[in-house]
Ligand binder design. Structure first.
Ligand code: AMP
Length: 194
């Protein structure tokens, strides 16, 4: 199964992706996690993107597309994957379609987790507080100021993907503000696996 999770920051994409992984045994591919790992390892790409990510802006398309092309060509991706945080722009979606075409693969589902902006701020601040209390690392972009930039990036650059996938008859929408288990239940049902 190959699937894309769409939704604004804090909508629960990472949490639901974990549940999809447990149920279907596919890979969880998060471009945010890949970029954070590159930044932490201070790779050449990591150094370039670290400041951009901390500002809340998207990093350049070519860079993320190259990372996804490379990751999806690895053998373990043959089992399928759930993409979390990619594609995030129309040009990423077009490049992804081209990649799938070239590989003779099909995208099975796109699920949008809908959530209202007021709640997202609360969730992000709670995630930062809980990470701090448990002695974990707090994401440099999990704060009130940067969230505004991330939400603007989502509304301007990523939200058009909802229509892009709707016209391809791939889009299903789920209310991401329900309790986590209810979101999972609806999500599985939306993809015909309820
Ligand atoms: P996330 O963990 O998905 O919230 O992503 C954190 C940050 O990584 C974003 O705010 C962007 O700076 C960067 N990022 C992650 N995925 C992408 C993507 N597909 N395109 C551009 N930037 C991305």
């Amino acid at each position: 199964m190959r699937m894309v999770l769409l939704g604004p920051p804090g909508a629960g994409k990472g949490t639901q992706a974990q549940r999809i992984v447990s149920r279907f045994g596919i890979l969880h591919l998060s471009t945010g996690d890949m970029l954070r790992a590159a930044a932490a390892a201070e790779t050449c790409i990591g150094r370039k993107v670290k400041r951009m990510m901390a500002s809340g802006a998207l990093v350049p398309d070519q860079l993320v597309i190259a990372a996804i092309v490379e990751r999806i060509s690895q053998a373990d991706a043959g089992r399928g994957f759930v993409l979390d945080g990619f594609p995030r722009t129309i040009s990423q979606a077009v490049a992804f379609d081209d990649l799938l075409d070239t590989e003779g693969l099909v995208l099975d589902h796109v699920v949008e987790l809908r959530a209202d902006e007021e709640v997202l701020l609360d969730r992000i601040l709670t995630r930062a507080r809980e990470a701090m209390e448990s002695g974990g690392a707090v994401r440099a972009d999990d704060n009130r100021e940067t969230l505004k930039v991330r939400l603007d990036a989502y509304n301007e650059q990523t939200a058009p993907l909802v229509e892009y996938y709707r016209t391809r008859d791939l889009l299903r929408s789920v209310d991401g503000l329900q309790p986590v288990d209810a979101v999972t239940f609806e999500l599985f049902r939306a993809i015909g696996q309820g």
